[in-house]
Design a protein around this ligand. Structure first.
Ligand code: ZN
Length: 445
């Protein structure tokens, strides 16, 4: 697998353009918005679009009724729209039931949501599992409203239908899978939602052209209920997932964050942290917690899949989170491209990580006579390539993977992988297929 020909500027712009294209669509956990989003993604990758009927029992949850909306507004006494869904889909509480009535501002207030501490921003609110309705607006706008009567209208439908999700399965040499999952249920919000959607789409496109060891499963699902539905309907497939990452909040210029899987030291955890450590970018590692995105479901104890989450600024830690300010100004093409490059590094590690056996384990093989060691002796330190060969030879006892070598030596994984390839060519090393049993985080190939 090689991605050396990626032009960061081009892919960054491409991902940003997809975010911009999808931004106006009013998405939710069900309905036409998510379907339209998936159709547009399908013009980039051969996505399969699945429908799960309302009322379907998925573990402890029930697939909800399908929600669709045509319009929503609040009019003042003069008939002027003081809230208009056509201007921003964030103005209506997602999953609002239909309503059309006149009411006094005092009564209407309990259905209005603002952010007094961010008075120019419109909050994003949902009411998926409790039938309700409401509007969201800038606090400063609400301050302008006069007391008196208002006419409110939500032209929505909440009826039996289905939940829609997208899935793209890319076959590699092995049936073992790498899962890449993103949520596609947020309306006009960029970093939390669209950045992950665009990056996973781009990743799928790039991997489609590569020769792959693992098979890949890309999921575009509504948050929580989507992963629960997928897991409930695909328990047998879930058992093939060897590594996984949940992608969200990947387009802002903030520092990287890696949230460990529940296992904590799974191979994907170590690969992600190694990739970040060698990315030259500042990053933070977070322990698993049962709060966040769909890793909560993948890492529930009945599945306990090795799935972490690689983000930039995590959910809830940027002020624009779940507000109208999480818009196209918050995300940047270069930030998206940088994140994509880290994801590709993680994938490169997982694809190439393996256990090897030194075929000349009694003392070092003489590298010089094979032309593998610099001819000139006495220099203060070995070159990095030579050092990597020495590390790989020393640790290749059948109990350590290349990632173990990279971690212990402090060398970049790619360097240890290149060293192993050279040593294989010179028949100083052989691939060791047996997985090291005691190494919980090691390869299971
Ligand atoms: Zn969110």
């Amino acid at each position: 697998m090689s991605f050396t020909d990626i032009d960061a500027r081009v892919v960054g712009e491409r991902m940003y353009a997809l975010c911009a294209e999808l931004y106006p669509i009013c998405r939710s956990i069900t309905g036409e918005g998510i379907r339209e989003t998936l159709r547009r993604i399908r013009s980039h990758i051969p996505l399969e679009i699945h429908e799960v009927r309302s009322g379907t029992q998925v573990f402890d949850w029930t697939v909800p009724k399908e929600w669709n909306i045509r319009d929503a507004w609040v009019k003042d006494r003069t008939g002027k729209r003081v809230i208009d869904f056509q201007k921003s889909n964030l103005h209506v509480v997602n999953y609002s039931v239909p309503v059309h009535r006149r009411m006094a501002l005092a009564d209407l207030r309990e259905h209005l949501h603002t952010l007094p501490d961010r008075p120019d921003w419109v909050p994003y609110r949902t009411s998926y599992y409790k039938e309700n309705w409401g509007f969201c607006l800038a606090h400063n706008d609400l301050m302008q409203w006069q007391d008196g009567e208002y006419e409110v209208c939500v032209e929505s439908q909440l009826e039996d239908g289905s939940l829609t999700f997208g899935e793209f399965y890319l076959r590699g040499k092995r049936t073992d899978e790498i899962l890449l999952s993103c949520h596609t249920c947020h309306p006009s919000l960029c970093n939390d939602n669209l950045s992950g959607v665009a990056m996973v789409t781009q990743l799928a496109q790039l991997l489609s052209g590569a020769s792959l060891e693992y098979s890949y499963r890309f999921l575009f699902i509504p948050g929580t209920i989507g992963s629960i539905a997928w897991l409930a309907l695909n328990e047998a497939k879930a058992a093939r997932i060897r590594h996984g990452l949940v992608a969200a909040c990947v387009g802002d210029p903030g520092n990287f964050h890696y949230k460990r899987s529940r296992r904590g030291d799974a191979e994907v955890d170590r690969a992600a942290i190694h990739a970040l450590r060698h990315s030259g970018q500042p990053f933070e590692v977070l322990d698993f917690s049962p709060y966040g995105y769909d890793e909560r479901q993948y890492c529930s104890p009945g599945f306990d899949l090795p799935v972490g989450s690689l983000t930039r600024t995590p959910h809830g830690r940027f002020p624009e989170y779940h507000t109208s300010a999480d818009n196209l100004d918050l995300i940047r093409p270069d930030a998206l491209a940088q994140t994509l490059s880290v994801y590709l590094s993680v994938i490169r590690i997982l694809e190439s990580n393996a256990c090897y056996k030194n075929l000349n384990p009694k003392c070092e093989p003489q590298l010089g006579k094979r032309g593998l060691y610099r001819a000139l002796g006495g220099l203060a330190d070995a070159g990095k390539a030579e050092l990597a060969m020495l590390w790989v030879l020393n640790m290749s006892d059948g109990n350590h993977t290349l990632l173990d070598v990279a971690e212990r030596s402090g060398l970049n994984f790619d360097l240890t992988h290149q060293a192993a390839q050279t040593l294989l060519e010179f028949r100083l090393l052989e691939r060791f297929e047996q997985a090291p049993a005691e190494n919980g985080g090691g390869t299971r190939r």
